[in-house]
Design a protein. Structure first.
Length: 357
């Protein structure tokens, strides 16, 4: 507590000379009785009996009724009938999407940086696309600070998914070279490509000699550094599960998304590799994404067959020309996609969000 007189020092500072004089054998502090008397006068008196008056002022005390976007919402009979009519005419698809949105937008109480590995034993199945879609929704809905890192050792394309105006010429090797000098998120941001939703993308090195020089140890140091700045880091891994980088990522990851396509050759290979992933993660930490699935009864039968493999979470993303064009043009907006595709992407993001710790 500060002294009542502005020309006096705080009591904690004025106690220093007393301690010093005591050690030196000098005279006791002459101001001590005066300070004790002052503190006695300033002691809080017991409150009067009864409930104390409420001193805080809430917005509702000045404005009656609920407000949306600054406009007061009426609760008349006609408004209630209109709401009832809207509820009766809402389709099942709209209700499903609204429920997904509500769960996705819930603020996640993330206790530490979560690492998500997106993997597949087969190439060209959509790992980069899945990584991007997951990160985009985690950044836009629960407003987490999310980074997707391209760890593909063979000319990764993740950074090119950002709009041209949001791309960065830097790559992850530039961050490694500057780690000792980067002290804040503001200093780190220029190294990242971004999306309008706030997702950050860190591109893989494009020079072959730099790709070959990267080791699991270097990735470990990079992830430890980046973990200071992000809630979630998604690793877009290259093809394969047994190379040193994939083993490192699965060993460090909190959860994994295994991506496949619904062709027999690809899916049978992925299913054979699941045990390898499960041994390193545990079944509850794995989500399977069946990408570019065509319409038809065959997909329904395939989904039923996959459920017999006891995969904890399984999401089917339909084949969608509009989605491919958006990603290629750098104009991706989830809400502009058909509802069937939107629902699948949101289910995939929610499968990851529900496992955050």
């Amino acid at each position: 507590m500060m002294s009542a007189h502005p020309d006096k020092q705080p009591s904690s500072l004025s106690a220093v000379p007393e301690e010093k004089s005591a050690r030196g054998g000098g005279a006791p502090d002459a101001q001590r009785p005066e300070r004790e008397a002052l503190f006695e006068r300033l002691e809080l008196r017991p409150p009067p009996p009864g409930l104390p008056p409420r001193r805080t002022l809430r917005r509702g005390d000045l404005r009656g009724g609920a407000r949306v976007d600054g406009v007061q919402v009426s609760d008349s009979a006609s408004i209630r009938l209109r709401r009832l009519w809207q509820q009766l005419t809402t389709t099942q698809g709209q209700r499903d999407e609204a429920a997904l949105e509500e769960r996705l937008t819930q603020r996640r109480h993330v206790t530490r940086t979560n690492l998500v590995a997106v993997v597949s034993p087969k190439g060209g199945v959509g790992k980069t696309t899945s990584s991007f879609l997951i990160g985009d929704l985690l950044a836009s809905r629960p407003k987490l600070r999310v980074l997707v890192v391209d760890t593909n050792p063979d000319f990764g394309t993740l950074g090119k998914l950002a709009p041209d105006s949001h791309r960065s010429d830097h790559q992850l090797t530039d961050v490694i070279n500057q780690m000792d000098r980067i002290r804040s998120a503001a200093e780190l941001d220029p190294f990242m490509a971004t999306t309008p939703t706030g997702l950050h993308l860190l591109a893989a090195p494009q020079r072959p000699e730099l790709m070959e020089a990267m080791s699991p140890k270097m990735y470990g140091e990079l992830l430890s550094f980046l973990g200071r700045f992000y809630h979630v880091i998604v690793l877009d891994l290259g093809t394969g599960l047994t190379d040193p980088l994939a083993q490192f990522a699965l060993g460090r990851a909190d959860q994994a998304v295994v991506v496949s396509q619904p062709t027999w050759v690809t899916l049978s290979t992925v299913l054979e590799a699941l045990d390898y992933v499960l041994k390193r993660l545990g079944g509850h930490q794995l989500t399977m994404a069946l990408n570019q699935a065509p319409r038809g009864a065959a997909i329904k039968a395939l989904e039923s067959k996959l459920r017999s493999h006891q995969i904890a979470r399984q999401v089917t993303i339909p084949e969608d020309k509009r989605l491919r064009e958006m990603l290629d043009d750098g104009t991706y907006v989830c809400e502009q996609l058909p509802r069937r595709t939107r629902l699948a992407i949101k289910q995939l993001a929610l499968a990851v969000a529900d496992q955050l710790v």
